[in-house]
Design a binder for this molecule. Sequence first.
Ligand code: NAP
Length: 332
Amino acid sequence: MKALQLNSDKELNIVDLDIPEIQPDEVLVKVKASALNHRELWLRKGLYPGMSLPCILGADGAGTIEKIGNDVNEIMLGKDVVIYPAYDWGDKQHTSAKQFRVLGMPDPGTMAEYIAIPESNVVIKPDYLSWPEAAAMPLASLTAWRALKYNGKVKKGDKVLITGIGGGVAQAGLAFCPHLDVEVYVTSSSPEKIAQAVAAGAKGGVNYKNPEWYKELKEMAGKIDVVLDSSPPEELDNYLAFLNMGARIVYYGSTGSRSTQIKNMSRFFLKHISFIGSTMGSPQDFFEMIAFMEQHEIKPQIHKTFAFEDALLAFDELSTGKQVGKIVIEHE
Ligand SMILES: NC(=O)c1ccc[n+]([C@@H]2O[C@H](COP(=O)([O-])OP(=O)(O)OC[C@H]3O[C@@H](n4cnc5c(N)ncnc54)[C@H](OP(=O)(O)O)[C@@H]3O)[C@@H](O)[C@H]2O)c1
């Protein structure tokens, strides 16, 4: 089978590999589409913890079950499924287990003709989603869902800020917000992306390249209850300009910078501000999210699709940072 593999020199190539054997609890999925995440850029740069190469990349994917292991119910044969993009969350809802890991390094990922995966990792694909939409959904939407719902505890009437709206997770968060009855604002480096976000339901947005953006946001939005954030600012104290009493800042990434500083901690605790780390989501979050998406027919925002043989161009596209939403690889 054809597979997109990152080799030990961190070169990315389409290679020919054997179709994987399945274990008794596994299914063999013929992958119809896969999607890129920022994670693959970190992997290509060798900047991901626990690098183990060569490996087939890809956490996101959807396809059809072509073969089932002996322990799998026959009813699953031929089913169209979406893949839960990780292993070993563990049995606690409030946190993942230590061995939790994302698909596509060290375990083989979705960017191949076939993937062998435990039956417990697949969910029936909602009919209203096309293959590219189904593949664009798992990792980014799951991350946004848990960050907003479980960790951010968003409730009706809240004001939510989503930073870096061009990102896949940010776009997924934006798609949920109108159905959660919250008022959403965004930041971006691009006025066009802010305009697109407003067309998609955001109340407004500010350009984070402006050093005074947090004051601009306060004037535009008033006080914010939940921040869905992937780019720590140089000084977190600046956020106090727009944070409401009891606000929650949910961090799921560190795209712009890995560090921030707090100059005056007392201003944070006096306002009861929570600072919460959030990583992807549990299988329970995944089921709840898909049910919510199905109920409201929410579709992930797709920036562009590429044919499998052009997969390297898809990675180039992600590196430019010009995307709005997900970059998808169609396998057929
Ligand atoms: N914890 C988790 O489970 C989890 C899951 C998925 C992703 N992540 C992490 O979250 C981050 C985003 O991932 P993604 O796949 O959504 O990324 P992506 O699609 O590559 O998007 C990155 C976006 O970050 C924004 N950005 C860049 N510099 C920024 C800055 N200084 N301030 C604010 N925004 C900035 C840009 O937004 P504009 O174009 O609008 O300027 C860009 O479009 C990555 O660091 C990724 O590793 C974590």
